[in-house]
Every structure is written in C-alpha cells, then in structure tokens.
Design a protein around this ligand. Sequence first.
Ligand SMILES: *Cc1c(COP(=O)(O)O)cnc(C)c1O
Length: 384
Amino acid sequence: MKKIQMVDLGGQYQDIKEQVNASISQIMETSAFVNGPEVHAFQKELEDYLGVKHVIPCANGTDALQIAMMGLGLKPGDEVITADFTFAATVEVIALLQLTPVLVDVDMDTFNINVDAVKNAITPKTKAIVPVHLFGQCANMDAILELAKEHNLFVIEDNAQAIGAQYLSKTGEKYMAGSMGHVGATSFFPSKNLGCYGDGGAIFTNDDALAHTIRGIVNHGMYERYHHDVVGVNSRLDSIQAAVLRAKLPRLDAYCEARRTAARKYSEALKDQKHVIVPVTVNDCEDICDTCDCHVFHQYTLRITNGKRDGLVKYLNENDIPCGVYYPIPLHRQKAYLDDRYNEADFPVTNQLVQEVISLPMHTELDDEQIAFITDKVIEFVNA
Ligand SMILES: *Cc1c(COP(=O)(O)O)cnc(C)c1O
C-alpha cells in the first residue's frame, strides 16, 4: 500500500508537471515575476469559472478577507458576525481592523454558521455577516442573504475551503460558492482544494465600484501612479503561483469529483457504525453528492460520539494514518478573542464539536486500498 498522507500534493504534481515546469521556465526567462501575463490570464480564467464579474488576486486568503472588509468601508466599532467554529483567520482580520467580532454557534449537521444565532446577534451596530463555507460545503446562503437584505448588512463569504462547490438555492438555481454575497474571499494555500506552490488568494465580486476600490487597496491605495487616495496594503499574487493555478484550474472539477468519490467510499464504509456520524450534505442530492457539486470535501470530517475521539487520533497515528482535529478549541475560548460578551451557554454545538470531530486523509490521490485500511482501523477502534 502507498504511504497514506493527509494531503498528497506530490502525486497531483506528477500530472501537471510538464505544464507547470514549462510555465515557470518561461517566467524565469521573461522576468515577469509580479503582475505578469500569467496573473492576468489566471484572473480572467477564474472569473469565467466562477461566473463573477471581478476577481482580484492577492497574496493569501487572510489578506483577501481583510481587503474585502477594507473595501466595504467597515469602520472600527462596526460589528461583524461570524462562526465560532472556523479557522482563526476569519476572526483575526475582523479584530485587526478594530471591528468588533461577534462569534456565534454553528449547526451540528453541517458545521456551518447557525442562522438563528446570527439573527439573535444582530444589533444596530451590525454591519456584516461572514459565513464560512466550512470543509467544502456552503453555509445556508438563502437564509443569510435574506437576513442581510432585511437588516441592510454586507455578506462576505469566506470561501477558502469551498472553491468549486455549488449552492442549490431554494429558487432551484445553482450558484458557485463565493459568488453570492457582496464579496467573496478565497485562499490558494497549497493544501486548499485549488492550491498553488506557495501563498496566494483572491477576492471576488460582481460590484464594479467595489472591485475598483479593492484593486486600489491591494496596491497601496493607488488608483493613479503615486497618488495614494486611501490607506492600502501590498498584497499580490506572483506569476509563478498564477502559472501553477492556471494548470490546476481546468482540473478543479475533476479534483472535486475525486474528493467526492473518496468521501462516498468513506461514508459507505462508516455510515452504519453506532458511534460514528458521517458528514451530511444539505442540498437535495443523492446520497453523498452522486449527482451534484454541493460539497467539495476540503475535509472529510466525522463525529465520534462515544468519547473516543482523542484515542482514535492516537490509534490512527500509531497505524501511520495521519488525521486532523479541525478545530480543537472554539474561537470564543481562544486567549486572543476572549470577551465578556460571550456566554458558554450560547455555544453548545461548537463546544460539543470540538470534542467529537476528526478529519480523515482527504485528497485527490486516495485509492481503495488506503480507504479500506483507514475505515477498518476506525471501526476497529471505536467499537473496541
Ligand atoms: C485557509 C483559510 C483561511 C486563510 O487562508 P491563508 O491563505 O492561509 O491566509 C481563511 N479562512 C479559512 C476558513 C481557511 O481555511
């Protein structure tokens, strides 16, 4: 059996090696390292893929979120509602901009932000909601967009984990993740579903004026050379990363399908286990997404309900099976984000999830033998 990896970037590289190496050599020859033709071409290709009017590439996903919030003109003291159960980058940028993060609980089945909790958290100071499409599946965007409209709030989609996912709206229409709010942000960190070979990120919007504002912000607040109209940042995607992303983008749907296939096999093997809850997909689709693209499985995350999660992590590691706990501590209990406003009783779901979740290896190169080995070990341990 091939050695099992949490993420297998090497295997994936073999497939695109010639194209990537040729593009990188070309960049070395032309010295167009920053803002070169590769970056512009990638920007256009991603706009087409997502069906959005504007993609603004930047240096990483955290910057993308920060710049989106700067572009919307959010001011210190404005309240921004986001999920308690996510990667820290989401709340970090809110705090950095001296906005007030308002963390709320999530749903037990999807791990995504709970709409009733969002509703209860809205105050006259609320300016934006940041739904995170966690682990590759969209948050409940119908309800979030409705709430936002009613209360005149911005919606900033944190799409770092769900690029390529689709959302089936109750109108029957399908939308690409990241294209539904006022602005979307994503990351091209190597381990993400569309990853480059360093850091990278992008911001998406259909709003021409906002796109213009953001293009200035990423470039030191310059709209005309050496005229600095607003305080900006320096956040660029480099040409080498763009070349890698251009090789991968045409394969993204196939990558997502490979992840879904692995997820289906995992769930098939584990779905009837008493102490294991397999991931739930909310769109109206067959089983685990046989027929649609609603979940792109950035992570394949189980809940272990008999208190043996930590033991299982250890057992899998002893058997050379890497795994992860995303996330082990709720953000409202992280030292950096402690606040008297928070009440433990408001986070029952997150507080439970941090004790139950475990993510199994998930990437495009998993084979049947590996999946069978992994699921056998899970079953063996949770029932012992
Ligand atoms: C990875 C990630 C980010 C940050 O992306 P970077 O490119 O690492 O800065 C933000 N939000 C979520 C949910 C992520 O998973």
